[in-house]
Write a protein that binds this ligand. Sequence first.
Ligand SMILES: Cc1ncc(COP(=O)(O)O)c(C=O)c1O
Length: 381
Amino acid sequence: MSRFFDLVSKPARDMGGYSPGAPAPSREVRPQLIKLDSNENPFGPSPRAIEAMRSTLAAVNTYPDDNCSLLRHKLATEHGLRPEQVLVTPGSTALLGLLCQTLLGPALNAVTSQRSFIVYSLAVHAAGAHVIEAPMRDDTFDLDAILAAIDANTRLAFLANPNNPTGTMVEAATVERFLARVPGHVVVVLDEAYYEFALHFAAQRGVTYSRSLDYLRQGASVVVLRTFSKAHGLAGLRVGYGLGPAELLGYCARMRNTFSVSSVAQSAALAALDDQEHIQRVVENNALQAEALWQGLNDLGYRAVPTSANFICCDLGEDAAAVSRRLQDEGVGVRPLGPWGAPNCIRVTIGTPAQNAAFLNALRRVAERGFIVGSQTLAES
Ligand SMILES: Cc1ncc(COP(=O)(O)O)c(C=O)c1O
């Protein structure tokens, strides 16, 4: 039946693969689909980034700078690190893959939590290793359970902070206590993809979000992941970076594809870093709209988890995949969390005020009609 099954590597045979949200709809097919399923930035990139991309286009006949030197230096300066402590990759997920290829292999494992970023287990499996998922407690990480899951074969521990898909954040003091107890043979990945949003929320709430770069400066075995995909609105370009020990990032760099971060992406990222006003507008909208969305969901009678990111996790008390299909019919895309083991929950991106109002109205209409109408649901599934 299959020509290649016996030829491909074991990880390629065994892996399930990533299922992204709905692809951006073509204008003809779904002109008005409101895409709240992938934690993207509803305001798009900074105008400065767009201008920078335009000015790079005429030179795309030449290969990009393989070391992303300008961007790397700028990031190093901004974070008070040396350039060797920065590695730019095509999205931070690419660095997850490099870390797994560099540190893992058969018989080794990585530890993370249940209901966390799905790419962790994909990257670990692709490296032929095992993933151990510690249980969650109250929609957030149980760092004691993660510690307890670490064994002699563990090389990586992943903490998404804030976590995707729950949106919950672990405060700096808690991370510090965790790091103090992690054994020396384990590299901790502090995935801060939603850093700018979390920082804003933490300031509002009077808590300390992250001191991750301090740990790095003190010589801890941590790699901090950041991305231009979220607050900077450049998800489609694929550019992110890791901040970590120079030696470890050097090994990761050996494993990467050459010229993997395009010149267009590098120039856009450089320009995006300079547009703090854009970031400010994005995080302020996000915080205001998080409140409106959370309240709207509560008013409809649903339990929504308070968020520190640009999305909200909400328990609908019903089959979320069926509700999501209905919402899609109403013109709104959200992510059902069945693949995360939460079949009654959705994750909805915090959009513009108009998008969020449209989502809440659509959800109200779907709820009023009743989510699951026996035969119709059967026919859908
Ligand atoms: C926790 C987490 N890390 C990393 C990423 C991916 O970022 P990038 O687009 O840089 O690969 C995401 C994206 O959704 C995420 O939720």
